[in-house]
Ligand binder design. Sequence first.
Ligand code: DAT
Ligand code: MG
Length: 140
Amino acid sequence: MERTLSIIKPDAVSKGVMGKIIDRFEREGLKIVAMKMVKLTKEEAKAFYSVHRDKPFFDSLTDFMSSGPVVVMVLEGEKAIERNREIMGATNPKDAAPGTLRHQFATDVEKNAVHGSDAPETAQREIAFFFSEQELVRLT
Ligand code: DAT
Ligand code: MG
């Protein structure tokens, strides 16, 4: 079993599609083992996305990520990291395959509806960024 961090970004929350996104994860068989709604500060957004600190889009990205509430979730399942990335689709919705969340719900490469961890080490760091071990429910 593997765990990954998912975020429903401010654009998707304000469009009113968080239920549709959660529904998709449930239908795909990914189990939600933690979930909360938070509004990140600019500093928290910068810390979360610190790997991108030297990218030209860093300031705009962290403004956007702190612009409104987000839903953060821990998804659990076999190959959860890779499966979530498949369900999300490519970073740029122009490249995202039909049926993916970003194809369905993203506005542009920045306002792209969802975040998903990209590797086991990243998932561990990102889950710990938002949740303590006690906040992750045990399914068995
Ligand atoms: P992903 O979210 O698919 O893992 P990433 O880690 O490369 O993509 O980038 C993190 C976020 O930064 C991405 O979801 C949206 C934003 N971003 C990436 N490339 C961008 C670009 N060229 N212009 C504006 N924002 C970008
Ligand atoms: Mg990434």
